[in-house]
Design a protein around this ligand. Structure first.
Ligand code: FE
Length: 148
């Protein structure tokens, strides 16, 4: 699967881990409108509409904004919530923030390299971690093992 975003995105790299400091004004020129809304304004894609919601190929998931590694497919599980769900994230890939928007107490998950919003994490996931990383498909880019 090719990342069509990456062609016009000079910050995108699957190997460079140097922290990015790019303004939203700049991102707006680079990212597709749906990706900008989710990654930079914390919007949420509609449940059951994402391309990775029902998807179980073997491979790696990267940040669609910057190419940072986020998840391995072996930590993905079928959840009924309507968004792609994982029980574990790459520790080097993400960080967390308390999110009290919409009167809810949630933990936001963000990309460590580009500070983009990815989704939220809940503690009702399966073993071994008990965590459920509830992600937006739009924020993810999947690369199959066969393409390595
Ligand atoms: Fe990123």
């Amino acid at each position: 699967m090719e990342n069509t975003e990456a062609k016009n995105n000079p910050y995108y790299s699957r190997t460079d881990t140097v922290k990015l400091n790019v303004s939203n004004e700049e991102w707006k020129k680079i990212l597709a409108p749906d990706l900008y809304a989710i990654s930079r304004e914390a919007a949420t894609e509609r449940a059951f509409t994402g391309k990775y919601n029902e998807f179980d190929e073997l491979g790696e998931y990267y940040c669609a904004v910057c190419g940072n590694h986020l998840f391995r497919s072996t930590t993905k599980f079928s959840s009924s919530c309507g968004w792609p769900s994982f029980f574990e994230a790459d520790k080097e890939g993400v960080y967390y923030k308390r999110d009290t928007a919409y009167g809810m107490e949630r933990v936001e998950v963000l990309c460590k390299r580009c500070d983009s919003h990815l989704g939220h994490v809940f503690d009702d996931g399966p073993k071994p971690t008990g965590m459920r990383y509830c992600m937006n498909s739009v924020s993810l880019e999947f690369v199959p093992d066969s393409q390595k």
